[in-house]
Every structure is written in C-alpha cells, then in structure tokens.
Design a binder for this molecule. Structure first.
Ligand SMILES: [Zn+2]
Ligand SMILES: [Zn+2]
Length: 313
C-alpha cells in the first residue's frame, strides 16, 4: 500500500523539524500508526486503539494532517472534499448447520447453499439504498471445513462494507443482519452477522482544505494539485481527523499523466496514462510501485504544513 513511504516521509519530516526546534512556534506530534487498514480479525489495532491509549492527549492536537501515496503523477497532490474516503466495517457471517455427506444430505443441515444465497442476496441491498449514496458490499473470503463430498458444520463469510456517507452504514448493516438471519431460517439453519473494525468516513472539511492549500501550492505548485471524487477506500486516519479536524491527501508517486484533466478540478481517472513501462499500478496490487524521489516532496509537505499552521494560529 506504500506504508513504508508514509513512515519514511514522516520520519524525514521529524528529522527536519527536530533540527529547527527553536524556530517552531508550537508542539508537533508525529503519529506512526500500526495496522491502519485493519489489524488481524481477532486483534486490536489502528487509530482507535491509539486514541484509546491516549495518542490525542497531552498535548491535544489542534489538527491532524496526513499523506497517503497513490497511483497518480509523480509529485502531484490529489484530494477530495468534503467527503473523501468511506466508512468501513469488516463483516463476519457465520452459518451454522450440521455436517452433511453428499450421499445423504437429508441426514444433516447443509450450510453451503445458505452461504451462496446470502452472498447473492447481499447484492439486493444496492437496490434498497438511494443510488446517489455510494456503497459497496464485498465478500472476499469463504471459510469452510469441507471436502468435495462432505460439508462441515459451519461456514464463515468474511467481507467488507464501504459507505461514503457515515449515516448509510447503520442502515446497510441492519439489512445485512436481516438477510443473514432470514435466509438461514428459510432453510432451517441459523446464522449470525458480526460487525468488526468499524471505521468512520473521512471528511476533509472545506475550511481545513482552505487552511492547508497555500502551503501545498507553495511546495508542489498550483498546477500539480487536483481534486477527486470521494473514494470507497478507507483509512482510519478518519478517526483522528473526526476528533481533531484536519486534512488527508494523496501524493502521486508513479509515472503517470492525467491527460487533459485540469488542476484544481476533479480528475477523470479513466483518462490517466502511464508515461513509462512501469505503468499504472494501484495500491494493494502486486505491481504497485512508488518512485523514491517523491519522498522528499512528502517531507517538504509535512514540514511546510506544520510551520504554516503553527505560525498562523
Ligand atoms: Zn492500503
Ligand atoms: Zn494505506
């Protein structure tokens, strides 16, 4: 995902700022975050754990600022406002049956068709939510205990829900719960949906964007700052920004051109073109890459944002 880059840029900024400590009109806190995109399913981690452990206390920050790298032109900045990234939840659906042998299915209670029907039925939720309100529901993993001719007692589905608007999340979760319970019941089985690792939506409020834009323009230039529509990706930096205010943006790190998209306007990502054989590779793709020269820009952005914010407040 590029988290080595994020750690390197923040460490670089810490080094720069530590060397000019006397000139800094305030206190700077560097948040190096573990498991930003979710810890292992049974563990705690990420922003919420850091908040619980006091990361935003003593001193309480007046704002939080963060950078994530992405598949955009080297040294460009891309941000969305006010809705920037989605609210997220990890769904775990457990379907409880009774072991079945393929030769005598009536002797057990087969959880497999229930799993299949639940996955299919979740697709109907798209038609029960206003279409201008973007959501995705994805089941990414099916855990069974079976063999080609034997189905075990239980099947577990793991997936994720993303909602650009925080308010939709509760509604979607209730529908998932309803489908899970009743599809299982229709076949005489039971099932249970559990919602884990809930992360709030990320909002870049316009007043914060206005505050940081002059610093960003000075570092990368007015012509390298673009806007985007909100993403259904999530990042739990949203939990910090919800409490303290602030902004989160993407720094381009790849050999790409935006074509005729205009700076300051929303980018049409379908028109992105690679400018080298390294191509366009999204985060979480095995071909993802980040050109090192952009790390310096990230360090400069962090340092300039800090100095401007503290000098003007
Ligand atoms: Zn990621
Ligand atoms: Zn990430």
């Amino acid at each position: 995902c590029g988290h080595d880059n994020h750690a390197a840029m923040l460490m670089g900024a810490a080094e720069v700022l530590a060397n000019m400590r006397e000139q800094i009109p305030g206190t700077v806190k560097f948040i190096f975050q573990p498991a930003e995109e979710g810890p292992p399913i049974e563990e705690d981690g990420g922003a919420n754990m850091m908040i619980k452990e006091g990361a935003l206390e003593n001193p309480k920050p007046d704002c939080v600022f963060g950078i994530h790298v992405g598949p955009y032109p080297n040294g460009s900045i891309v941000y969305a406002t006010p809705n920037a990234m989605a609210a997220s939840v990890l769904i775990q659906i457990e379907i409880f049956g009774k072991q079945v042998h393929g030769s005598t299915p009536w002797m057990g209670a087969d959880p497999m068709p229930v799993a299949a029907e639940i996955i299919t039925a979740l697709g109907q939720i798209y038609r029960q939510i206003n279409t201008v309100d973007p959501i995705t529901i994805s089941i990414g993993k099916v855990i069974d205990q079976g063999r080609f001719n034997i189905i075990g007692d239980k099947i577990t589905l793991l997936g994720t829900v993303r909602c650009v608007h925080q308010s939709t999340m509760e509604e979607v979760n209730l529908k998932i719960d309803r489908i899970t319970t009743h599809v299982a019941q229709a076949h005489g089985l039971t099932a249970k949906a559990t919602f884990k690792q809930q992360v709030c939506a990320l909002t870049n409020k316009p007043e914060w964007v206005d505050k940081f834009l002059p610093s960003l323009e000075r570092v990368v230039g007015h012509d390298k700052i673009y806007r985007s529509e909100p993403a259904l990706g999530y990042d739990d930096v949203s939990e910090f920004i919800k409490i303290a205010g602030g902004m989160y943006l993407f720094l381009g790190v790849q050999d790409i051109t935006f074509g005729d998209s205009k700076p300051g306007e929303e980018v049409d990502f379908t028109k992105m073109k690679p400018t080298s054989e390294k191509g366009i590779a999204f985060n979480h793709n095995p071909k993802f890459y980040a050109n090192d020269e952009n790390l310096k820009i990230g360090v400069k952005i962090h340092a300039n944002v800090v100095m401007d914010f503290l000098s003007n407040n």
